[in-house]
Write a protein that binds this ligand. Structure first.
Ligand code: TPP
Ligand code: MG
Length: 1008
C-alpha cells in the first residue's frame, strides 16, 4: 500500500530547510530509519520513517523548506499503523493506575471527613514524660513484637504509628537520627573470617612504615611535609577492605574502584611496600618525585600512572566524582556495553571534608538513581586541620540525618567491641543518654586526656554510670575502643554495605585522629599537621604497635618488612590473590575505537554557500553524522546540563534517548513532537540537569572508562562557556591528572558573541583558564572546516594514538556563511594558525591581521576596508589556537636558550610571520592576555585587542564597538599603528575616528 511520509510535529518551527536526504527511490528501509535531516538556525533534527517498506518516490530536494504536514516521500509500506492508535493504547495503560491513585486518595478524604475531630492533648513543651506507666506499656508491647516477629516488624509498626499521628495532626517530623550507638547490634554482626592476630600485626607494620616515611622525608628536608595522623586514624578501615572486600581487576573481573582519601596515601604505599609492589628506595623517597624515584604526595595518576586511579586530594571532589562514577557504571551496564559483575565503588572521605559543597551536593542523585554499587566510608575522627569538625555537636549524627534524609542506607560504627558488655548492662538507657548528650569537643578531649579523665568526666556525670565502670581500671576505661578501630565492627559494617540493595550506603566510622601517636599527636588539635615525631614519640609508637625494631633502628627511622616467607607477608599476598589482584593499580586493556570514515566530515569542508549557520550547528551536524558511524556511535556520550535546546541538540532526545535508569514512567507532555523528551533505560544522552560539577564528573567518568572499565568512550560535554572552567576548574585540573580523554565544548562563547545575556554570561577568559592545564588542547575555530579538522584530529590522537589529552573547543551561536576549506591549511589549523586571505597589490603599506572565533570575521572585513578605502594591504591569519602557538613558542625558545651555540630554531609563529611585511594586529573575543601569549615569540611590533572588562547585554554590533573589536575599531587602530610606525600620516586615523564615531574620551572598558 502506498503511503505518504510527511513532516511530523517538529515543535516550534515553520519552514525549515532540508539539508540532507538519506534515501532514494527504490531503497528498502526500516521503520525509524532517517529520511531527511532538517535544520533551522537553532536546531537540527532527523526525520525518521514511521513505516517499513520501499521508497517509491521523493517529494522534496535538498534546500527545500518544509513545515509540519508537508509530504517528504511516498513509501510502499509493509504495514501502516496510524501513530495515534498506539498513543491511545499507551494512554489506556496509564489511566487505570492513575485512577487507582485518585480513588485511594478520595477514599482517604472521605474517611477523614467522616471522623469526628478528637479532643487533642498537646505534649508539654519540655518533652517530659507525662505518663511513665503508659510509656512502659508501649515499650513492652514493642519489645514483645520484636521478640516475636523481629525488628523489621517493629519498624513497620512504628512507621504506621508515625503516619497515623501525622494524619491526626502531629506536625513533628519523623526524626532521621537514631541514638548515638552502632546501627548494627552485636548479635547481628557478621564475623570476619580473618586471622585477627596476623591482621593486627600487618596493620601495625603498615602503620609504622606509613609514619616512618613521613618522618624520614622530613628529617631529610623539612620542606617536604606529609600527614601521619589521618592514616593513623583510618588504618583499620583500609585494612579490613584490603584483606576481605575489595576485589582487584583481572582478566575475568573489572575490579572494585576505590577512591582513597588523598592524604592517606602513605598508608597505601606502606601496604604496597609489604606486598612487594613498591621498593624501600621508593618509600624512602616519599614526596621526592623530581628524580623519578620517589612517591607522589597524594594520589596522582599523572605522576604514578600504573598505581593511582583517582586523583582526589582536593576535598570534596572524591565524593562527587565517585557518585558519578557509580552512576556511569550503571549507565554502561544499562546500555549493554558492560557486564554487570556487581562491582562496587568505595569512597573514603574525611568528616571535615563533608563541609565542601561538592561532598554533599550530589548525594541526592546517588539515592535517586538507586546506586547500590556505591559505598561511602566517612572517617569521623571528629577533627579537621585546625580543630574539631563540630565541637558543639556531633558530626556523625548530623551526617546521619543528612544522608538518611537523602535516602541512603546509613551504618554508624561508633563503639568498639569493648563497649558491648557495658551497653548490654545499661538497662535504664542512661549510658546511651550520656553518649547522646556528649558533644564532639568532649569526645576529642576524652581520647587526649586518658582513662581517669574519662571516668570522671564521662561516666562520672551520673553515679549509676560511675558504678557501671567501678570494677574497671583507668587502663581498662582507656581501652574502650571506637568502632572505626575495631576490625570486627568494621567488617560487619562492610559486609552489610556490600549486601545492601537498591540504595547507596554510607558508613560513618568513629575514630581517633592520630591513633597511637600518644602525647605528640593523639586526638589533639595539632594532630593533622604533625609530621615530625621525636625519638621518644617514635619509641612510644613502636611499643604501642609492637614493631620488632631496636632502639637504634627506631632512631634511624628504619622501615620494617618481614621476610618473604613470614606469616605476615604470605598472608597479605594471599589475601590479595584471593581478591583477584592488586589495589590500587591502574591499567588499560581497552580496544581503540576505529577512526571514523572521512566522509563523515566531508560536508563540513565545503562552502555553506549562501546558507548561514553557527559553529554550534556545525558541531551538531557533525555529531549527527558521527552517530551514523557504527564504530563511533555507541561510544559517544553527549553530556548536556539542561541546555540541549539552547544548543539545538534536542534532536538527540528522540534519536538516542536520554538515559534514565527507570525508563520513562510517564507520557511526556511533548510526546506528539518529533524531538519529544524521550527518557530510556538504554538512553545515551546524559541530561544532567543544572549541575556543572556533576556533568564534569560524568565527563571524567566517561573519559577515564578506558582504564576504569577497559572501554574507550568519547564524552562530549557541552556547556555555556562561561560556566565551564570558571565554575569547575578544580575538576578540570583533576581530569587532566586522571588522564581523561574527551571533548569539552564551550558553547555560546566569546564576550561579544553571546549578545544579550550580559555580565555573568559573557565569557572572555575560558581559553586563558584552559591554557593552564598542560594536557588540555584548546581551539577557538571560526569556520566549519576548521572545527571538522580539529575534531577529526582529536579522535585520531585520543583514540588511534591513545594520547592522554583532552580538547576544549569553543563554538558560537552567531550565524554566518562558511567558506570552502582553503588548500593546504590542515597542518596550520592544528598547529594554531594559517594564512586565510591576502589583500595584495593595492598599496605599498602592509599589515598583518590575526583573529580567531567570530572576531576573525571582523579582521577579514577590516582587511577589506583597509584595502579598498586606504590602499593598505594585509595578510589575514586565522589563529585557531593562541594557546597551542604559545606552547610551541615556549618550547622553541627554551630549546634555543639551552643550545646557545647552535643556529636558533624558529617558533611556528615566527615561521608564519617572520618574513611577512608589516606590524601585527591581533584580536579575539577574549581578554588580551589570551592573544598576548604569542607576543614573546615574534620579532615584530605587536598590538593586541580584546574584550577586557565586564560584559553587558546588548546586540553584537554594539558590544563589539564597546569592546573595540569591531571592524571599524580594527581599521582605526590599524591606521593609528601605521602612523605610529611612521608609515602613513596620522590624519587617516583621526578621520576614521570621526567617520566611525569613535569617542576618544570613552574610558577603557575595564573600568566601566
Ligand atoms: C579543597 C581543599 N581545601 C583544603 C585542603 C587542605 N586540607 C587537607 S587535609 C585537610 C583537613 C581534612 O580534615 P578531614 O576531612 O576531617 O580529614 P582527616 O584528615 O581528619 O581524616 C585540609 C583542610 C584540601 N586538601 N583541599
Ligand atoms: Mg577528620
Amino acid at each position: 500500500m502506498t503511503t505518504e511520509i510527511s513532516v511530523p510535529d517538529i515543535g516550534d518551527f515553520e519552514s525549515v530547510e532540508i539539508i540532507e536526504i538519506l534515501v532514494k527511490p527504490g531503497d528498502t528501509i526500516n521503520k525509524n530509519d532517517t529520511i531527511v535531516t532538517l535544520e533551522s538556525d537553532k536546531s537540527s533534527v532527523e526525520v525518521p520513517s514511521p513505516f517499513t517498506g520501499k521508497i517509491s518516490s521523493l517529494k522534496v530536494k535538498i534546500g527545500d523548506k518544509v513545515s509540519k504536514g508537508n509530504v517528504l516521500a511516498l513509501i510502499e509500506a509493509e504495514e501502516t499503523k496510524p501513530k495515534q492508535e498506539s498513543k491511545e493504547q499507551k494512554k489506556e495503560k496509564i489511566l487505570p493506575e492513575t485512577e487507582k491513585i485518585i480513588k485511594q486518595a478520595e477514599q482517604t478524604i472521605v474517611q477523614q471527613s467522616r471522623k469526628e475531630s478528637p479532643k487533642k492533648v498537646y505534649t508539654r513543651p519540655n518533652g517530659s514524660d507525662i505518663d511513665p506507666i503508659e510509656t512502659k506499656e508501649w515499650l513492652d508491647s514493642l519489645d514483645a513484637v520484636i521478640l516475636k516477629d523481629g525488628s523489621d516488624r517493629g519498624h513497620y509498626l512504628l512507621k504506621k504509628l508515625i503516619d497515623e499521628a501525622y494524619k491526626e495532626g502531629s506536625h513533628r517530623p519523623l526524626t532521621r537520627v537514631t541514638p548515638y550507638i552502632n546501627t548494627i547490634p552485636p548479635e547481628a554482626e557478621v564475623k570476619s573470617p580473618g586471622d585477627q592476630n596476623i591482621e593486627r600485626r600487618i596493620r601495625s607494620l603498615i602503620r609504622w612504615n606509613a609514619a616512618a616515611m613521613v618522618v624520614k622525608a622530613n628529617k631529610k628536608n623539612p620542606e617536604l611535609g606529609g600527614h601521619i595522623g589521618t592514616f593513623a586514624s583510618a588504618a583499620t578501615l583500609y585494612d579490613v577492605g584490603m584483606n576481605h572486600f575489595w576485589r582487584g581487576k583481572n582478566n575475568k573481573f573489572g575490579g572494585d574502584l576505590i577512591y582513597f582519601q588523598g592524604h592517606c596515601a602513605p598508608g597505601m604505599y606502606a601496604r604496597a611496600f609489604l606486598e612487594g609492589r613498591i621498593t624501600e628506595k621508593q618509600i624512602a623517597n616519599f614526596r621526592q618525585e623530581v628524580d623519578a624515584q620517589g612517591l607522589s604526595s597524594y594520589p596522582h595518576p599523572w605522576l604514578m600512572p600504573k598505581f593511582w586511579q583517582f586523583p582526589i586530594v582536593s576535598m570534596g571532589l572524591g565524593s562527587i566524582m565517585s557518585i558519578y562514577q557509580a552512576r556511569f557504571t550503571k549507565y554502561l551496564i544499562n546500555r549493554g556495553l558492560l557486564k554487570d559483575q556487581g562491582r562496587k565503588i568505595w569512597t573514603f572521605l574525611g568528616d571535615g571534608e563533608m563541609d565542601e559543597p561538592e561532598s554533599l551536593g550530589a548525594i541526592g542523585l546517588a539515592s535517586r538513581e538507586k546506586l547500590d554499587n556505591l559505598i561511602f566510608v566517612i572517617n569521623c575522627n571528629l577533627q579537621r586541620l585546625d580543630g574539631p569538625v563540630r565541637g558543639n555537636s556531633k558530626i556523625i549524627q548530623e551526617l546521619e540525618g543528612i544522608f538518611r534524609g537523602a535516602g541512603w542506607n546509613v551504618i554508624k560504627v561508633i563503639w568498639g567491641s569493648y563497649w558491648d558488655p557495658l551497653i548490654a548492662k545499661d538497662k535504664s538507657g542512661l549510658l546511651i543518654r550520656r553518649m547522646n548528650e556528649c558533644v564532639d569537643g568532649e569526645y576529642q578531649a576524652f581520647k587526649a586526656k586518658g582513662g581517669a579523665y574519662v571516668r570522671e568526666n564521662f561516666f562520672g556525670k551520673y553515679p549509676e554510670l560511675k558504678e557501671l565502670v567501678s570494677t574497671m581500671t583507668d587502663a581498662d576505661i582507656w581501652r574502650l575502643n571506637r568502632g572505626g578501630h575495631d576490625p570486627h565492627k568494621v567488617y560487619a559494617a562492610y559486609d552489610a554495605a556490600v549486601k545492601t540493595k537498591g540504595r547507596p550506603t554510607v558508613i560513618l566510622a568513629k575514630t581517633i585522629k592520630g591513633y597511637g601517636m600518644g602525647k605528640s599527636g593523639e586526638s589533639i588539635n595539632i594532630t593533622h599537621q604533625q609530621k615530625k615525631l621525636g625519638e621518644e614519640d617514635l619509641l612510644y609508637y613502636r611499643d604501642r604497635f609492637d614493631i620488632p625494631l631496636t632502639d637504634k633502628q627506631v632512631k634511624n627511622v628504619e622501615f620494617y618488612k618481614p621476610n618473604e616467607k613470614s606469616e605476615e607477608i604470605k598472608y597479605i599476598k594471599e589475601r590479595r590473590m584471593r581478591l583477584g589482584g592488586n589495589l590500587p593499580e591502574r591499567t588499560s586493556y581497552a580496544k581503540p575505537i576505529k577512526k571514523p570514515s572521512k566522509n563523515i566530515f566531508e560536508n563540513m569542508l565545503k562552502s555553506s554557500g549562501s546558507h548561514e549557520m553557527s559553529t554550534t550547528m556545525v558541531l551538531v551536524r557533525m555529531l549527527t553524522n558521527l552517530l551514523r558511524d557504527k564504530n563511533i556511535s555507541p561510544k559517544l556520550v553527549p553530556i548536556i546540563p539542561d541546555e540541549a535546546r539552547t544548543f539545538g541538540m534536542e534532536g538527540f532526545f528522540q534519536k538516542i534517548g536520554i538515559y534514565a535508569h527507570e525508563g520513562q514512567k510517564y507520557e511526556p507532555v511533548d510526546s506528539e513532537q518529533l524531538s519529544f523528551y524521550r527518557e530510556d533505560r538504554k538512553g545515551q544522552v546524559l541530561e544532567e540537569g543544572i549541575t556543572e560539577a556533576g556533568a564534569m564528573s560524568s565527563w571524567i567518568a566517561a573519559g577515564t572508562a578506558y582504564t576504569n572499565h577497559d572501554l574507550e568512550m568519547i564524552p562530549i560535554y557541552i556547556f555555556y562557556s562561561m560556566f565551564g572552567f570558571q565554575r569547575v576548574m578544580d575538576l578540570a585540573w583533576a581530569a587532566g591528572d586522571a588522564q581523561t580523554r574527551g571533548f569539552l565544548i564551550g558553547a555560546t562563547s566569546g564576550r561579544t558573541t553571546l549578545a544579550g545575556e550580559g555580565l555573568q554570561h559573557q565569557d572572555g577568559h575560558s581559553h586563558v583558564l584552559a591554557s593552564a592545564i598542560p594536557n588540555c588542547i584548546s581551539y577557538d575555530p571560526t569556520f566549519s572546516y576548521e572545527l571538522a579538522t580539529i575534531v577529526q584530529e582529536g579522535l585520531r590522537k585520543m583514540h588511534d594514538k591513545q594520547e592522554n589529552i583532552f580538547y576544549y573547543l569553543t563554538v558560537m551561536n552567531e550565524n554566518y556563511q562558511h567558506p570552502q576549506m582553503p588548500k593546504d591549511c590542515e597542518k596550520g589549523i592544528l598547529k594554531g594558525m594559517y594564512l586565510f586571505k591576502e589583500f595584495n597589490n593595492r598599496g605599498k603599506t602592509k599589515i598583518q591581521l590575526l583573529g580567531c572565533g567570530t572576531i576573525l570575521r571582523e579582521m577579514i572585513a577590516a582587511g577589506e576596508i583597509l584595502s579598498k578605502e586606504y590602499n593598505i594591504d594585509s595578510d589575514v591569519w586565522s589563529v585557531t589556537s593562541f594557546n597551542e602557538l604559545r606552547k610551541d613558542g615556549m618550547n622553541i625558545e627554551r630549546k634555543n636558550l639551552l643550545n646557545p651555540g647552535q643556529k636558533p630554531e624558529k617558533s611556528y609563529v615566527e615561521k608564519c610571520l617572520g618574513k611577512r611585511e608589516g606590524t601585527i594586529i591581533a584580536a579575539s573575543d577574549y581578554i588580551r592576555t589570551f592573544v598576548d601569549q604569542i607576543r614573546p615569540y615574534i620579532s615584530k611590533s605587536f598590538y593586541s585587542f580584546g574584550t577586557d572588562g565586564y560584559g553587558r547585554s546588548d546586540g553584537r554590533k554594539k558590544l563589539r564597538k564597546f569592546f573595540e573589536v569591531d571592524k571599524e575599531h580594527i581599521v582605526t587602530y590599524a591606521l593609528s599603528v601605521l602612523a605610529k610606525e611612521q608609515l602613513i600620516s596620522s590624519k587617516y586615523a583621526e578621520r576614521a575616528m570621526k567617520k566611525y564615531n569613535i569617542d576618544k574620551d570613552k574610558p577603557i572598558p575595564t573600568v566601566l
